[in-house]
Design a binder for this molecule. Structure first.
Ligand code: NAD
Length: 435
């Protein structure tokens, strides 16, 4: 993402801090969304002030010995948005453009996501500003271990529990788990989720976010009485989330008419053979060039005629600049923050329904919660139990969003945020302010 322009944050008088450290595009978006719903729910100044800025953050410098023998500094972040809901939870992202403001925004979104799904956590986010593509496995291991050591004062199984996010996966979570456990002198499987199953990770975690997207989509289509087999779907991103969404929808008979990743995009109006495209992707590192479909320019995918568009790559993909050209009926936000507030307004005017990120992409953190519970209980659930509980939780959250959106006469994003913000504001009020 490009450097963000300085934008005045419009902090109310009740909040004397300037909040300048959060000043980036993504934080601005999260804040605008929160502000809209705060107005709608008529939160008072105290309630607004307690939730609008992250509660705690730590920025660390990680001096890392590179394979070349050179010492290089990397910046690591961890932001915890609210500490009143229980421990905090949120991903660990390794990305070349990561900033404190982005972590703050994503931590806030995690608070709403956890509250909406009824999980006993506040939101957090963190990571390291680095490009994992340019680093060896040994360098990434040293970065991960040093990050855990530096963050030790604010992390732990009852404090803050990370999970994979962009640029990290099971491998990094295994190193995280080992480093944390070494520091305290015994194994602490509840210190991190998204671990390999052999280390106490849960079955189903890897596919959980994508599966959650599909459960939410299925439930909405059921309400609309539209058979899933009639849906033409375009999916942006073919990583952890996008590839699972594509394969699960394909297996249910939906037509995946377009796919994209960082390398390019492909389309096939008759429906892409997703398993074959996945094999191609495995071999070539991108869906681009797949013989069973036509290759198009990457960003043309957003304008493809389809019923459902699933952004499953990056934030800020549907903006004021392109929202008028989307040709879908429904946007299911598998990525975090893919739609800007200005684009939301355009889509609403055009009658395009947006299923918001805090609902649709909640499957990952829900199954992470299942992993954390199993780690605390020292008891292992079956794949069928995980799947069924995830399905139930996604459908219940969707039903609440639909009901609240109807009661307040607002779009699904505002309805979802309203359910979540109400829960968090009520908890904060009951616990009151210390001292
Ligand atoms: P990933 O790194 O596994 O995959 C990202 C995909 O997006 C890759 O296929 C990449 O090539 C593609 N991509 C990158 N830039 C692109 C572009 N400009 N156009 C099209 N494709 C592009 O990441 P992921 O874990 O699948 O996460 C994707 C999104 O979902 C992120 O917003 C993440 O925060 C969100 N999310 C992930 C999880 C999870 O469990 N992994 C949970 C909740 C939300």
């Amino acid at each position: 993402m490009s450097a963000s322009p300085a934008v005045a944050l419009d902090i109310p008088s009740a909040t004397p801090s300037g909040g300048a450290e959060w000043n980036c595009e993504l934080y601005q978006m999260a804040r605008t969304q929160f502000q809209r719903v705060a107005r709608r729910l008529e939160l008072d100044d105290d309630e607004f002030t307690r939730l609008v800025e992250p509660r705690r953050s730590l920025v660390v410098n990680l001096p890392i010995r590179m394979d070349s023998g050179k010492l290089v500094n990397f910046t690591g972040y961890r932001v915890q948005h609210i500490l009143t809901m229980g421990p905090t939870k949120g991903g660990l992202r390794y990305a070349p453009d990561l900033t404190l403001g982005q972590c703050g925004a994503l931590a806030m979104l995690m608070t709403w996501k956890c509250a909406l799904l009824g999980l006993p956590y506040g939101g957090a986010k963190g990571g390291v500003r680095c490009d994992p593509q340019l680093l060896s496995a040994e360098e990434i291991e040293r970065i991960t271990r040093r990050y855990v050591a530096e963050m030790h004062p604010i992390i732990g199984p009852n404090e803050d529990i990370p999970a994979p996010d962009m640029g990290t996966g099971e491998r990094e979570m295994a190193w995280y788990y080992d480093t944390y456990s070494q520091a305290v002198g015994h194994s602490v499987p509840a210190s991190v989720t998204g671990k390999p199953v052999a280390l106490g990770g849960t079955v189903g975690r890897q596919r959980a976010t994508g599966l959650g997207v599909v459960f939410a989509l299925e439930a909405v289509l059921e309400r609309e009485q539209r058979p899933i087999e009639d849906q033409r779907v375009a999916i942006q991103g073919f990583g952890n989330v996008g590839a699972v969404v594509a394969s699960e929808l394909h297996a249910r008979g939906a037509k995946v008419v377009g796919l994209s990743d960082a390398g390019g995009a492909i389309v096939c109006p008759a429906g892409i053979d997703v398993p074959a495209a996945a094999e191609w992707h495995l071999e070539h590192g991108s869906v681009e060039g797949f013989a069973g479909a036509e290759t198009i320019a990457r960003d043309e995918l957003l304008e493809l005629a389809c019923d459902v568009f699933v952004p499953a790559a990056l934030e800020h993909q549907i903006t004021e600049a392109n929202a008028g050209r989307l040709r879908c009926r429904l946007v299911a936000e598998a990525a975090n923050g893919p739609t800007t507030p200005a684009a939301d307004e355009i889509l609403a005017r055009r009658g395009v329904t947006v299923l918001p990120d805090i609902l649709v992409s909640g499957g990952g953190v829900t199954v992470s919660y299942f992993e954390w519970v199993q780690a605390h209980q020292k008891y292992v659930w079956t794949a069928a139990e995980i799947r069924e509980r995830l399905r139930t939780q996604m459908r219940q959250a969707l039903a609440e969003v639909v009901a609240t959106s109807g009661q307040l006469d607002v779009d699904f994003r505002t309805g979802a945020l309203a359910v979540a913000v109400r829960r968090v504001a009520e908890t904060a009020k009951l616990r009151a302010v210390f001292p």
